[in-house]
Write a protein that binds this ligand. Structure first.
Ligand code: CP3
Length: 344
């Protein structure tokens, strides 16, 4: 049975007009109502683990814009938290973790505790699902193993991944233990999101583009594939979108080999190449530049037009190449949704 939700139809392979749209980080600091809600929590981790707040944050962008999907409000770093690693978010600095530096640190993780520790997230999924109308889909998500491991090993964002890249190169079997632990914990976590109401999933591999080809195959394609296979073994009809950001021409092998239903492409991917190479394999999602969204004006209109021209005649979901930036004027987001709908 085909869904009546445009976003799910596009992931099933239909050409949907007007194109379905949602945006990465559609909930977040660019919205004044988000900032107001956010200051009511002591910190970002508490915010993510308080279902009433996370439900409200998920729904805020849907009250302003006719998005075709809601994305669960949470963070990819709830998995290290669930594994027992200390995770904090410092204002203006981003995430700070008690970095893992050796094999003993990997073995001290507690994979068996993850779904129990993340129970508030599943409560949020149920609450959001109950609030959505029959046209809007609910996307669950997790970070892919390499990207989550990067924060666990570097201890923070904003690095070039020097520590993780050295560890993966110098002791691949040891590093592989961490990737295995993350692959299993992430699979169980995503299955639980589905069983609480998620209708599609996205795997964020934001730092995939740091790796050379051979390591991309081992630390990005293989674990994403393993998770996709295991989740689909339990729930074959839930579509999965992969996002190996900055993968360049390796997006093709990623799409073929992981078995994802869709790939989310970053803003550097040439439109014609993606339409010719990726769209025959799976649904393409993307790829408006988030700085163009921030700037607005004629450039924004032209870029939205180019993306719709390139992908609008095939299986496609409109999105950004990366998340909405905090200084983005909210009306620019509304303008994009209007432009897409006007092209029906
Ligand atoms: O609207 C949505 O997209 C859903 C919620 C969501 C958040 N983070 C909320 C968030 C999602 C899907 C994520 C994914 C995420 N988190 C990724 C993958 C996507 C990407 O951006 O590459 C990554 C790498 C993270 C890790 C993370 N979380 C960082 C590096 C930061 C700090 C940078 C920043 O923007 O502050 C966060 C914090 C975070 N996650 C915020 C939000 C709304 C801001 C925190 C705040 O409100 O104080």
């Amino acid at each position: 049975m085909t869904s009546s939700k445009p976003f799910l139809r596009a992931l099933a392979g239909d050409t949907v007009r007007p194109a379905p749209v949602w945006m990465m980080r559609q909930a977040g600091r660019y919205l004044p109502e988000y900032r107001e809600l956010r200051i009511q929590a002591a910190n970002f981790v508490d915010f993510c683990f308080t279902p009433s707040m996370a439900i409200e944050a998920t729904l805020q962008p849907l009250r302003r814009y006719a998005m075709n999907a809601a994305i669960l409000f949470s963070d990819i770093l709830v998995i290290p938290h669930g594994l027992g690693q200390d995770v904090a978010f410092r204002e203006g600095e981003g995430p700070v973790l008690d970095a893992i530096t050796d094999a003993a640190g990997i073995e001290a993780l507690q994979p068996g505790a993850v779904n129990e520790r993340l129970a508030p997230v599943f409560e949020t999924v149920r609450g959001v699902k109950a609030a959505l109308d029959e046209k809007t889909a609910l996307i669950g998500f997790a970070g892919a193993p390499f990207t989550v491991a990067l924060y666990m090993i570097e201890g923070r964002g904003g690095t070039e991944g020097t520590k993780i890249r050295r560890w993966a190169a110098e002791a691949p079997d040891e590093f592989g233990r961490l990737i295995d632990i993350l692959s299993e914990a992430t699979t169980a976590y995503l299955i639980e999101q589905i069983e609480n109401g998620a209708e599609a999933l996205q795997l964020f591999d934001s730092w995939a583009g740091l790796l050379p080809e051979s390591m991309f195959r081992r630390w990005v394609i293989a674990p994403n594939r393993r998770i996709v296979e295991a989740v689909k073994a339990a729930h074959p009809n839930i579509p999965i979108i992969g996002f190996p950001r900055n993968a360049g021409v390796l997006y093709r092998d990623f799409a073929v080999e992981t078995g994802v239903d869709g790939v989310s492409i970053d803003a550097t991917v040439p439109l014609e190449w993606a339409a010719e190479t990726l769209q025959p394999i799976c649904t393409v999602q993307g790829n408006l530049d988030n700085h163009v969204l921030l700037s607005g004006g004629e450039t924004l209109e032209a870029e939205v037009g180019r993306i719709l021209d390139a992908f609008g005649n095939g299986r496609f979901v409109f999105n950004l190449g990366h998340g909405v930036l905090p200084p983005t004027p909210p009306e620019h987001v509304g303008r994009v949704v209007d432009l897409i709908r006007a092209r029906a």
